[in-house]
Design a protein around this ligand. Structure first.
Ligand SMILES: *[C@@H]1O[C@H](CO)[C@@H](O)[C@H](O)[C@H]1NC(C)=O
Ligand SMILES: *[C@@H]1O[C@H](CO)[C@@H](O)[C@H](O)[C@H]1NC(C)=O
Ligand SMILES: *[C@@H]1O[C@H](CO)[C@@H](O)[C@H](O)[C@H]1NC(C)=O
Length: 449
């Protein structure tokens, strides 16, 4: 009905007399360009891409200026996560090695295909991961032209993948090696809990969600295996299906171009894969793990403190150069989701608790980690000074805005400022309340004997 009346409206105005933006688009045009891309649906293992978010403008709203920013960035592409490799990928590769004959149709290429995963460097940054890190660095430098030149110091942890990512990203900031990459090895300056809270927390482990995830894998993967059966020399087990789907992400991220494997699966099979991992992350690092907000608050609190004491830089990870206003820390995939959970950045707009049934996909969930933790995925926090400040127009004011993979994401409880940002007074209250509520980091984290 709507479709029909739009058509009528557009033919009635064949010669537009109204303002351009009011001319209805011919309805068919809307969907002609739609093309499904599996690389946008691989939580945790896809090459970096900008998230669409809610359509808020990326640059600061009119009359606002970003005066400081702090980013927490996941390392770039690695060959494979150890545990995922052992559980899903390696078993498939071993069967493949023994069965090179008998692949046909859409899977014929497996007769010759070679795994791009180098086993002796599994968790190291790949060459294409290094190139992407510099690209994202260039983007950040362009986004903050006034802040970027004063970056002198960034944080990484003890793993080579965070350090190497920092080093490559900083190539975009300075041609000389003048930027110090501080490796946070100890808690000395209090920098460890904000940067790698899960490693400072004995009670955290990666088990939650495993059981639920395998239940869901059992509901979708057997039918994929059945569909592919005519083309394979051996029966693909559910974990082989997951392993192959993972190889689409890893091979694309390692080689810097789309893997052939990405073409094997249907859109629906990709959406099932995506859900299997959103579900896992929800239990492990998201709203279904009661530890998550405890693990997200140290970074938020440290940055709020840093922004408040920007002159003295008296803050965890201290020792910042006087004129530095842009802070970058390099970490692992667990941490941006903790922060998103602590603030509700990926909450649905209803009050309902996120639900992750294991017998069907929850299509309307808001928790979509492909938009937060691709390689080089990041959460950023910006402090803005706005003339004609608040909506009421009562002078200038200061506001906080959060960014996830380039796109602004409002805090559900605080979005009254320009561009759905949060007035800094309210923000500090939220952080104060959260910090109080979650101050028992050690009580919940330290394991009792
Ligand atoms: C790390 O340092 C911070 C700040 O000095 C302190 O509050 C915290 O208890 C320390 N954590 C550990 C595990 O020592
Ligand atoms: C986000 O949703 C969770 C439940 O999934 C809820 O506990 C939390 O309070 C919500 N946060 C905000 C800021 O709305
Ligand atoms: C999906 O999750 C939402 C909360 O985000 C919940 O309200 C809804 O009932 C769930 N739907 C299904 C079909 O599981």
């Amino acid at each position: 009905m709507l479709f029909f009346s739009l058509l009528l409206a557009s033919s009635a105005h064949a010669v537009p007399v109204t303002h351009d933006s009011q001319v209805p688009i011919i309805p068919q045009d809307h969907s002609q360009g739609y093309k499904f891309d599996p690389l946008l649906h691989l939580p945790g293992i896809s090459p970096y891409f900008d998230a669409i978010g809610f359509g808020l403008e990326h640059k600061a709203p009119d009359n606002c200026k970003v005066t400081s920013a702090s980013y927490l960035i996941r390392h770039g592409a690695i060959y494979s996560n150890d545990a995922e490799y052992e559980e899903f990928i390696k078993p498939f590769l071993q069967k493949l090695e023994k069965n090179r004959k008998g692949w046909s149709g859409p899977l014929e290429f497996f007769g010759k295909w070679q795994s791009p995963v180098e086993e002796d460097k599994l968790e190291e940054l790949t060459p294409s991961g290094a190139v992407d890190a510099e690209k994202v660095g260039k983007h950040l430098r362009e986004r903050y032209p006034e802040l970027a030149p004063n970056v002198r110091r960034v944080l990484a942890d003890k793993k080579s993948r965070t350090y190497d990512t920092a080093k490559n990203m900083m190539k975009a900031f300075s041609e000389t090696d003048s930027i110090e990459i501080v490796r946070v090895l100890k808690n000395e300056t209090g920098a460890m809990e904000p940067l790698i809270p899960h490693k400072a927390c004995d009670a955290f482990n990666k088990e939650p969600g495993k059981q639920e995830q395998s239940e869901f894998i059992e509901t979708y993967a057997p039918s994929v295996s059945l569909r592919l059966e005519p083309f394979t020399p051996f029966e693909l087990e559910p974990k082989d299906i997951v392993g192959m789907q993972m190889l689409c992400g890893y091979e694309s991220a390692i080689n810097g171009k789309r893997s052939e494997i990405c073409g094997i699966f249907t859109d629906a099979e990709w959406m099932a894969y995506e859900y299997a991992w959103d579900l896992k992350y929800a239990y492990m690092v998201g709203p279904l793990n009661p530890l998550s907000p405890y693990l997200g608050f140290p970074w938020l609190q440290a940055q709020a403190h840093l922004f408040q004491h920007i002159q003295t830089h008296d803050t965890p990870g201290g020792g910042w150069p006087d004129d530095q206003r842009f802070f970058l820390s390099f970490t692992h995939r667990e941490v941006p989701p903790f922060i998103a959970t602590a603030l509700g950045l990926f909450n649905s707009s209803s009050e309902a608790q996120e639900q992750f049934p294991t017998d069907h996909i929850n299509w309307t969930r808001a928790w979509r980690m492909s938009d937060l933790i691709p390689f080089l995925g990041h959460v950023g926090m910006e402090k803005m000074t706005c003339e004609r400040g608040a909506l009421s127009g009562d002078g200038s004011g200061q506001f906080i805005r959060f960014i996830a993979n380039t796109a602004p994401r409002p805090i559900p409880n605080c979005q009254s400022g320009p561009g759905a940002s949060c007035p800094i007074e309210t923000f500090n209250e939220i952080i104060g309340d959260g910090a109080k509520k979650h101050e028992d980091f050690h009580q919940v984290c330290d394991m009792k004997e």
